[in-house]
Design a protein around this ligand. Sequence first.
Ligand code: AMP
Ligand code: ZN
Ligand code: FE
Ligand code: FE
Length: 279
Amino acid sequence: MTPGGVDLHSHTTASDGLLAPRDLVKLAARQGVRVLAVTDHDSTSGLPEAMAEAVEHGIEIVPGLEINCDVPGAEIHVLGYYVDWQADWFEAFLAEQRAERRARVHRMVERLGELGVPLTAEEVFAICKEGSPGRPHVAQAMIKRGYVKSVREAFDRYLRSGGPANVPRRRLTPVEAVAVIRRAGGVPVFAHPGLAGRDGLIPELVEAGLGGIETFYPEHSAGQIEAYSALCRRHDLVATGGSDYHGPQTGRAGTLGSPYVPVEVWQELRDRAQRPSAA
Ligand code: AMP
Ligand code: ZN
Ligand code: FE
Ligand code: FE
């Protein structure tokens, strides 16, 4: 049981989470979570199942997603909340994003072959099934083949940003990701900036319509939380937070419902989504 009961960042089998949306919501209920944002990578297809299950537990589901962008030497992840996820154009946009992800898997598998680690794209797609494919699925296929012992090892040796088998995306800049979320009526939030190490991009993201910075995050230090809170106050942004839960054994630490996120953060996010955009 967590005191806040608010978690604004989680993943399901619609992308690289290990739990089906229904099971994620059941776990949320057990952990005392009352408000849960489901934020799969380039997909909102977990939302209907999550929302149906949430009704059974009196949990509020915040519709969301996460768009990962690559910039030279770093990765910028942009969360989007309360997007008009059923709009045809937005669904078509996400389908294109997932097509790029599939193409990227083919290119990463090619790289791995050149590195003496033969793997087929089909092995990767067998793991993610209908979900958005990504590097965690490549990592799992590598474990299955016995090349590495853990997802973490696969990232450390091959798949991390700048790693020998990582293929950067070129489709969207972070500014474009912010803009597309705004166009879909959502609130764009800079995800875990402490991991990105590109605080210098914040002014141009704000200019593009950024609504918040993910401040409360398992891997943020107390100093980072203080600094991002101050930045949010200065730029009139919402200081959001969430666990980025991907399920057990995904090579990432974290418990659903943790860290603590004040309920006012969710209320402010919801209010901003309803506020007509100035642009
Ligand atoms: P992709 O969607 O291909 O950009 O992969 C990004 C995802 O990989 C993140 O959302 C995390 O779930 C996962 N990830 C990133 N870095 C690591 C790491 N060092 N160890 C384990 N998982 C990671
Ligand atoms: Zn992920
Ligand atoms: Fe992320
Ligand atoms: Fe995430």
